[in-house]
Design a protein. Structure first.
Length: 390
């Protein structure tokens, strides 16, 4: 299949998503000036992206309304941390195009406004306190209150969320969104928190589909993958999937990619489009292939002991801020994923779209072989969901 070029014009669907972001920003601002925790809201967004079109519903739910009593809110600081540097932009009301930093900025805005400044949120960004795994350790120890992380990082602590990184598991974004709101997903998050210890986990939050970029070889079909040395996340399941596609996967930390590309140790890597553009990998790689692979998932972790020691009204504010941050960020990532792809196509790289059918055929056998790693609860939910859709 040939190269698909972008017109450079924003689609009506992207404008719709941006409009929702602006509306949601207004909602956050409105409640920031009120004395009540917001009631349930539902926002439906229609999104068109490569290989997927659908309407996605994001719901914020608080089961009870809590009156904020200023006397109950202690003066305090809450420290949060992210490993990624800020990526300032003028594309959303928070002036931030990096999704990790966006989460923390929204959380800070809601908490500080709803507490009338009695609670200050201090954000440690750009790896100030260490890498993603370090920040998870800091939350567990109570050194900081909150961090955001990809689920792959939690594999060092628990196997409950490994299925999120299984290539080919979710067949569409609609399916992913539906699962994210399921009881099965909630139970897995709770078990993961128990495994890690002294944390609460919130999510999941979509951060984009991952695709492969290469230095000097375009990928027009699955056959073109054979023998290409690529960096993948440090997961045996992901390594196995890449090998079945014909790739030569080399698992390594994200921080080692640049050196490995420069030395020729790897000839490409997989990443979400948002992070790809933010890190300017297009300066080292010339080609990107869009084919079924993985959907990226973020979660928020907070310190359980600190949270449970807070008065009920402050707990309600924290929960509201987390819900707003995760859901606005998911909407933003759907929007910015398309902007990032348009940017890549228009300015930097050749983008190809191999036929997805051979990939899906390989994943069918791969998923069967890893059914124990995924879990019966997840697979049963997916089977029932697909049956309900006919």
């Amino acid at each position: 299949m040939g190269v698909i070029m972008s017109s450079g014009k924003p689609s009506t669907s992207l404008i719709a998503v941006l409009a929702v972001l602006i509306v949601v920003a207004g909602v956050v601002g409105y409640f920031a000036g009120s004395a009540m925790v917001p009631a349930q809201q539902t926002t439906t967004v229609t999104v068109t992206a490569p290989g997927a079109t659908g309407a996605y519903t994001v719901t914020t739910t608080m089961e009870k309304t809590v009156t904020i009593a200023p006397s109950e809110i202690p003066q305090m600081e809450l420290h949060t941390a992210t490993h990624i540097p800020p990526n300032p932009c003028n594309l959303n009301p928070w002036g931030e195009c990096n999704d990790h930093n966006l989460i923390h900025k929204i959380f800070k805005q809601v908490v500080e406004n709803l507490t009338n400044g009695r609670v200050k949120v201090i954000i440690h960004t750009a790896g100030e306190l260490g890498a993603e795994k370090d920040n998870v350790e800091h939350v567990r120890a109570g050194t900081i209150f909150m961090t955001s992380t990809s689920v792959s990082v939690l594999s060092s602590f628990t196997n409950q969320l490994l299925f999120f990184d299984v290539p080919g598991l979710f067949q569409s974004l609609d399916e992913y969104w539906a699962f994210a709101q399921s009881d099965v997903c909630k139970q897995r998050l709770q078990k993961a928190a128990e495994d890690i210890g002294n944390v609460l986990i919130f999510g999941p939050s979509y951060y984009g589909r991952r695709y492969f970029a290469t230095v000097n070889k375009p990928i027009y079909s699955i056959d073109d993958l054979k023998g290409i040395k690529v960096r993948v996340i440090q997961s045996p399941i992901v390594v196995d999937a890449a090998q079945r596609l014909g790739l030569l996967p080399i698992p390594m930390p994200y921080s080692e990619i640049a050196t490995a590309l420069q030395s020729g140790t790897i000839q490409g890597h997989d990443q979400d489009l948002i992070g790809y553009v933010a890190s300017k990998w297009y300066e080292m790689e010339k080609y990107m292939a869009i084919f079924p692979w993985m959907i990226g998932t973020h979660v928020i972790l907070i310190n359980k002991q600190q949270f449970e020691s807070m008065p009920p009204s402050l707990q309600a504010i924290i929960l509201t801020a987390i819900q707003q941050a995760l859901q606005i960020k998911s909407l933003w990532d759907v929007l910015y994923e398309q902007i990032a792809l348009d940017t890549i196509i228009k300015k930097y790289m050749t983008v190809t779209y191999p036929d997805p059918k051979p990939f899906l055929e390989i994943y069918s056998k791969f998923l069967q072989d890893h059914k124990n790693d995924i879990g019966e609860d997840v697979l049963n939910w997916l089977q029932q969901y697909r049956a309900s859709k006919g």
